[in-house]
Design a protein. Structure first.
Length: 148
């Protein structure tokens, strides 16, 4: 599908267990009038099922971008990142780690597992919305993503 400006619509998978951060992300999509489809799963296990279209996720689209929190139940974000980047069917999907962690070890590990970007979540609502807008500008507007 293509929106009026000629830009391709992209399915975005948000892997986030904090309902407040999910709500802020949805509000940021509305604020910036991001027309891409936002899909949300609440833990690392669900993320892998979604990406592999397993079980309840059999009919879902392959996302063109993943926003991945690191602090997740069942499987943490680094485990999800390692598994999806080791899967030849999934490794080309860009992953933005979007997390509260500012630990250098998390940053280094994320990039060593081939994350495309690492963004520390701002705690301020306006800055958080702005960060989502910048991710949209770069990954969903400027950058050419692979077609799934």
């Amino acid at each position: 599908m293509t929106e009026g400006s000629g830009l391709e619509l992209v399915d975005v998978l948000l892997v986030e267990d904090d309902p407040g951060d999910v709500l802020m992300t949805r509000e940021a999509f509305e604020h910036y009038q991001i027309r891409n489809n936002l899909h949300v799963v609440g833990d690392g296990e669900q993320a892998l099922h979604f990406l592999r279209k397993a079980g309840d996720y059999a009919g879902v689209p392959t996302p063109g971008l993943i926003l991945l929190d690191l602090n997740l139940p069942r499987r943490n974000g680094l485990e999800v990142l390692a598994e999806l980047k080791a899967d030849s069917d999934l490794l080309s999907i860009p992953v933005v780690v979007l997390t509260t962690s500012q630990a250098q070890e998390d940053i280094v590990r994320s990039y060593s597992l081939h994350a495309n970007a690492y963004v520390s979540k701002p705690v301020d609502f306006e800055k958080f919305v702005g960060a989502i807008g910048q991710i949209d500008d770069f990954f969903l507007t400027l950058v050419k993503l692979p077609v799934s």
